[in-house]
Design a protein around this ligand. Sequence first.
Ligand SMILES: Cc1cc2nc3c(=O)[nH]c(=O)nc-3n(C[C@H](O)[C@H](O)[C@H](O)COP(=O)(O)O)c2cc1C
Length: 212
Amino acid sequence: MGGSQPAQIYLPPPSQKSNVLLEEAIAKRRSVRDFTPESISQSQLSQILWAAQGISDTRGEYRTVPSAGATYPLEIFVVCGRNGVEGIDNGVYPYNIDSHSLTLHYEGDVRLELARAALDQEFIYEAPVDIIICAVYERTAGVYGGRAERYVHMEVGHAGQNIYLQATALGLATVAIGAFYDEQVREVLRLDEEYKPLYIMPVGRPASIRSR
Ligand SMILES: Cc1cc2nc3c(=O)[nH]c(=O)nc-3n(C[C@H](O)[C@H](O)[C@H](O)COP(=O)(O)O)c2cc1C
């Protein structure tokens, strides 16, 4: 820790323009499991988080990902490895959607522990950053009862695909990981019981493409 990092890290505003066509990003999207250790920039992280769950209307009511009844059950956490993001200390950070910022939940590089909780999928600690998408099911169940579970699972797919496409458009890459022990992931991230992890998505610069 440098000790100079502010308590709240406001990310650069996301760009809504790109030289990469949507069709190109869709065509190029691939699950990547080999990352260089190179850090990503705050602008790149900003873009990825915005695509995952950022605000996309002027009144701040709606987001980049659709949500059943706009109940917004998803919460995004960033596991930042040592030198994972330029100018951001290693640690676990919740993404504050309204202010497009991060606050430190706790300090330390937990990528190895996270990989252990996910059947030792080594690319989780090789990538500079891991994005974890969690759900608070009660938010959607409060409105939709027994249909909430399927709605939440559909929604995490929307968020995951946005992360894939945004990473591709930035020249970065990711892989959606669903194989992990829920409780172990929750413990590594020190999350309250109501947060259920659904996807771990390592993000970084692709070293090569290995299929699975
Ligand atoms: C729900 C879900 C869970 C997945 N879990 C894992 C996983 O735990 N580990 C992994 O390496 N890839 C995982 N994947 C990625 C798939 O293996 C990958 O999408 C598939 O091989 C097709 O390759 P493509 O994404 O490059 O088109 C998962 C994908 C989905 C949709």
